[in-house]
Design a protein around this ligand. Structure first.
Ligand SMILES: [Zn+2]
Length: 230
């Protein structure tokens, strides 16, 4: 327990006036540094992912704007009825150890209420450290020929090399950011970025089963947020 308390103090110390002002822009009433718990999430980046897709740097910046004010949902096993975390700021930062790597970092907070103590302990203890984001983009461009696969067919297949160049999809034109979910470790195998583009009949529609997003639970969590807001 000593270690957990120490970590909590460090996080509190990192919450300066500027961060608190940003948090209070989202809060219903003025909160003090002692009343909030803040954490950072590396949500997605500009590297080619396991779906053989990557976000462009411009898209990450657009998503940063869209994510401010969005809810942080917890895996339902952890927090049914105590859903209060929110993104209060977001930005694009360099990925440590990855040359040219850029990542979208979401800065999140939750009030230090009794109902949140289990969730805060789980984050501090490293039990909740994977996250999954739900976003929508307008374009999905083939890296070989530049065709926008939301509107056009092309003959290239993701993961195949053409003249030594890997085919992948560049995601651009952020349309919306729905939510970010914290997941318990070990992470669900399908944890990651849930992307939407092109509609259900598009060439690359939603991954099967929408990994990381349980719709019923999401509705419940959003409802809980609405209740707390008023
Ligand atoms: Zn192509």
């Amino acid at each position: 327990m000593d270690q957990i308390l120490k970590q909590a103090r460090l996080l509190k110390a990192a919450l300066d006036e500027g961060e608190l002002t940003l948090i209070n822009a989202q809060a219903l009433r003025e909160l003090t540094a002692e009343e909030v718990y803040a954490f950072r999430l590396a949500a997605c980046n500009n590297q080619v992912d396991r779906d053989l897709e990557r976000f462009t740097e411009d898209t990450l910046a657009e998503l940063a704007n869209l994510f401010v004010g969005r809810p942080v949902l917890m895996d339902h096993k952890w927090s049914a009825g105590s859903q209060t975390a929110r993104v209060y700021a977001a930005g694009v930062e360099a990925m440590p150890g990855v040359e040219g790597g850029e990542q979208l970092v979401l800065r999140c907070y939750m009030p230090r209420l009794q109902g949140n103590s289990d969730t805060i302990a789980a984050i501090e203890g490293g039990l909740l450290r994977e996250c999954s984001v739900g976003v929508a983009v307008s374009s999905a461009v083939c890296s070989i020929c530049g065709a926008d696969r939301t509107t056009t067919w092309c003959e290239h297949c993701k993961g195949v090399e053409y003249d030594g160049k890997l085919c992948y999809i560049e995601l651009s034109g952020a349309k919306d950011a729905y939510e970010v979910s914290l997941l318990p470790v070990p992470a669900q195998p399908a944890a990651g970025v849930v992307k939407r583009y092109g509609g259900p009949e598009g060439p690359d529609s939603d991954p099967p089963g929408d990994p990381g997003v349980d719709t019923a639970w999401q509705d419940e969590a959003l409802l809980e947020l609405e209740k707390l807001r008023f």
